[in-house]
Every structure is written in structure tokens, then in C-alpha cells.
Ligand binder design. Structure first.
Ligand SMILES: *Cc1c(COP(=O)(O)O)cnc(C)c1O
Length: 421
């Protein structure tokens, strides 16, 4: 299906139905040309429609001041909905189950306050060993806040000795073992280090069978792999918007609350006026009446300038379509894998699952030694990829703006790296 020639990459780029999107992004410049940017899993590139979108809000603020809440071109009162609408397709949820607010870790805490309600019998949280540090800290501190000891309340699932990936059967095994003590399963939908994509549907089913809640951190999934959060019955999910979604550094985060919880206004939560029913929000009366949808978890006024880049970027996702993006992504990443298998001058192991259904765009290259040195060589040659301790270079071609040519060029450069120099 693939071959090692430059012509092949050129041909694939010409055939690519999404090829025009690349020109709609700014690429950082290295050595007088566009960098080979495979770091969209860490910080997505800036789309060219973002600056005019920000300028529109600056103009409306200038022209309308407070009246912009209802009188701006995009009334600020409902700004989160300009993002939650295009997100419905990306995550497979109704708009009532979605909102954008705060940032990922804040949203994880808010969701845990609602859905991690430990009792003396059922107080444990199952998570990945070596989960992203922010998730570890969030779970550790929540467990402590409820008066439990992280050493016993947090159950970690790790790869088996000598393996890099977590086996699904081992997750089910632990769920069965802890069936009466498990309160919450919290996994990264894609593990940030290995790039392993979990089967969220079957994990959610397993959690529900034993009476536990299933929540996911989708930082590495949204905008990368299509989801069906509603149909899978996931209880809640959170994500950030600056990775595959290109919302810009520190952009507003997203949250999903399944309809069966979102509609339940008696669900415990921390309240703020922006989550209150709109009809009574400005009456300044006593008594919090949450909206009967995911927006019922919002606390504060819509953060317009923190959402505008995401809104603009999501317009591109909407027009490209997540299904088409995923098709291209599978091909691009398979192509990258094919080329990497022909590399002989540097030694590494690809630890990401080989099956494209168990991964997104990212491949993780594990170096037993000298990886940092190789990453520096890549950087010097105009490649932007990242290094994650203790030994991984993560390489993520993003289908919205990366090309087959980028992948080939990356291969050509690293095939000529002298690892001893
Ligand atoms: C990127 C990432 C985060 C970042 O959290 P912020 O609150 O946005 O800083 C959290 N969890 C995972 C798994 C991530 O990949």
C-alpha cells in the first residue's frame, strides 16, 4: 500500500480530500522554511481565521461595551454554545450534554465533586499507573479531601512486567476484584505517553456492571479520534482544547455530562450564577436552580476571549468533518509507521499499539538510550516533536494540517541522522 519514494507522498497529497486545510494554518519557521510540526498533540497550530475572530470581539467590545452580551455579532451571553455545537459531532453527544468552561484540571475536580461520592464501602478510584501528573494530583487530593488514604483508595492499573501497554483483560480483572469497593474509574481515553487508545465503551459497561462510575480524560482524544460518549453511556468526560483542537495556549476546556445526570438538577455540585436557570439568573434571588443540562455545572461568565480561538478552529473541524479527518489520520500514521520501520541508523521501539483502532495520530518512539540526543538532532534539522521522560519521543501528524510530504520529509531527515555524532 505504501512505498518509500518521494513521488508516493506527492501523489497522496494530491489525492488528499483535506489538502486545502493546510494552507489555513501558520507553521513555525525553522531554518528559513516551515518546520515539520508533529506536536499538535501538545499544542495545535494557529489557524488563520483566529486573528479576525479575535478582532471581531475587540471591535464589538469597543462598539457595544456591555450591550455586546446580547448585541455583538456573536452575543457573548451564549458564547459557550458556539463551541458546544460543533463539539457534538466530535464527541458524539447532544448539545445539552456539553459545555466549555474553565480548564481541564478544574473541570476534572468539578466532575469528581459530583461523581466521586465515596462511602465507607465504595471509595476506590481506578486509574492508569503513570497517568498524566495533573490527573494524579487531582485524584490524590480529592481522595484526601474525602478523608481517605491515597495508598488504599487509588488502585493503579499498569502494563505487565516487560510490556508497555495495558491489557484490557487486566482492567476487567481489577474491576471484578474490586467490584464492591470501586467508586470511580478514571482513565485517559488515550494514554499521553504510549498513545494507547482504550475501549471506552466496554470499560464503561464493566464499570456500570459493578456499580461504579466511568469518567474519562480526553485531552488526547477530542479532535483526534471520533467518540460516541452518549451511546457508550460514559458518565462524564473532560478535555482541554489546546492540543488537537487548536484552541491556543491555555484555551477553555470542555466537559461532557451524560444526559441522565445532566437532567438531574438534584445531582450534587458546586454552583455559580452561570450554571443557574437563565430565567432566574438575574433575579438575584436565594436558592441555586441549576440548568438541567451540562451547562448547569458552569460557574462564571462566559470567557469570551478564552473561547474565541476555539470557536474559530472548530469551524474548520465542522467543515472538514471528524470522519474524514480520522480516515486521513489513520493513513498518515500508518504511513509514518511504515517509513519508521525502514530506519536503521537509529535504534528505537514503537510502543504505541500496532492496530490503528487502538491508537490515534500519535506514535511513541521509545529509546533505551540516547533519545534526548536524537530529539535534539531532530530539532536542529527543523523538526518539532516532543520528549517525554523517561524515554519517549512522541510524533503526531495532525490530519487537519499535516501532509504525507511532511511525513516523508521527517523520514528523510531522520534516516540521515548520525546518532554517534
Ligand atoms: C494535557 C493534559 C492535561 C492538561 O491539563 P490542564 O488542566 O489543561 O493543564 C491533563 N490531563 C491529560 C491526560 C493531558 O494530556
Amino acid at each position: 500500500m505504501f512505498d518509500l519514494t518521494r513521488e508516493f507522498a506527492k501523489e497522496q497529497d494530491q489525492l488528499d480530500p483535506l489538502k486545502t486545510y493546510r494552507e489555513q494554518f501558520y507553521f513555525p519557521q525553522r531554518n528559513g522554511r516551515d518546520a515539520i510540526y508533529f506536536c499538535g498533540n501538545s499544542l495545535g497550530l494557529q489557524a488563520k481565521n483566529i486573528k479576525p475572530a479575535i478582532e471581531q470581539e475587540l471591535q464589538d467590545w469597543k462598539d457595544y461595551a456591555v450591550e455586546g452580551y446580547w448585541g455583538a455579532k456573536n452575543p457573548w451571553l451564549y458564547y459557550q454554545q458556539y463551541c458546544s455545537k460543533p463539539l457534538t459531532d466530535l464527541v458524539g453527544a447532544s448539545q445539552d450534554e456539553l459545555t466549555v468552561m474553565n480548564t481541564l484540571t478544574v473541570n476534572l475536580h468539578l466532575m469528581m465533586l459530583s461523581f466521586y461520592r465515596p462511602t465507607k464501602e465504595r471509595f476506590k478510584v481506578l486509574m492508569e499507573a503513570g497517568a498524566f501528573p495533573s490527573d494524579q494530583y487531582a485524584v490524590e487530593t480529592q481522595v484526601k479531601m474525602h478523608g481517605y488514604d491515597p495508598a488504599t483508595a487509588i488502585v493503579e492499573i499498569a502494563p505487565r512486567q516487560g510490556e508497555h501497554l495495558i491489557r484490557e483483560e487486566d482492567i476487567f480483572e481489577i474491576i471484578a476484584q474490586e467490584s464492591s469497593s470501586l467508586a470511580l474509574i478514571l482513565l485517559g481515553g488515550i494514554n499521553y505517553y504510549t498513545g494507547q487508545l482504550f475501549n471506552m465503551q466496554s470499560i464503561t459497561e464493566a464499570a456500570h456492571r459493578v456499580g461504579a462510575v466511568a469518567g474519562f480524560d480526553l485531552a488526547h482524544v477530542v479532535g483526534n479520534v471520533p467518540l460516541k460518549l452518549h451511546d457508550w453511556n460514559v458518565d462524564f468526560a473532560v478535555w482541554c482544547s489546546y492540543k488537537y483542537l487548536n484552541g491556543g495556549p491555555g484555551a477553555v476546556g470542555g466537559a461532557f455530562v451524560h444526559e441522565r445526570h445532566a437532567r438531574n438538577i438534584d445531582q450534587q455540585r458546586l454552583g455559580g450564577w452561570w450554571g443557574n436557570e437563565e430565567s432566574t439568573r438575574f433575579k438575584m434571588e436565594k436558592g441555586f436552580k441549576p440548568k438541567s443540562r451540562a451547562e448547569g455545572w458552569q460557574l462564571s461568565t462566559a470567557q469570551v476571549f478564552n473561547m474565541v480561538a476555539l470557536k474559530a478552529s472548530l469551524e474548520l473541524f465542522e467543515s472538514a468533518g471528524i470522519a474524514a479527518l480520522r480516515d486521513k489520520s489513520i493513513k498518515l500514521t500508518n504511513y509514518l509507521e511504515f517509513l519508521l520501520k525502514h530506519i536503521e541508523n537509529i535504534k528505537f521501539e514503537i510502543i504505541t499499539p500496532k492496530n490503528c483502532k487502538e491508537r490515534g495520530a500519535q506514535l511513541s518512539l521509545l529509546f533505551h538510550d540516547g533519545g534526548k540526543h536524537i530529539q535534539q538532532k531532530m530539532t536542529d534539522a527543523g523538526i518539532i516533536v516532543d520528549w517525554r521522560e523517561p524515554g519517549v519521543i512522541r510524533v503526531s501528524p495532525a490530519p487537519l494540517y499535516n501532509s504525507y510530504g511532511d511525513v516523508f520529509h521527517f523520514y528523510e531527515i531522520i534516516a540521515n541522522i548520525d546518532s554517534n555524532a
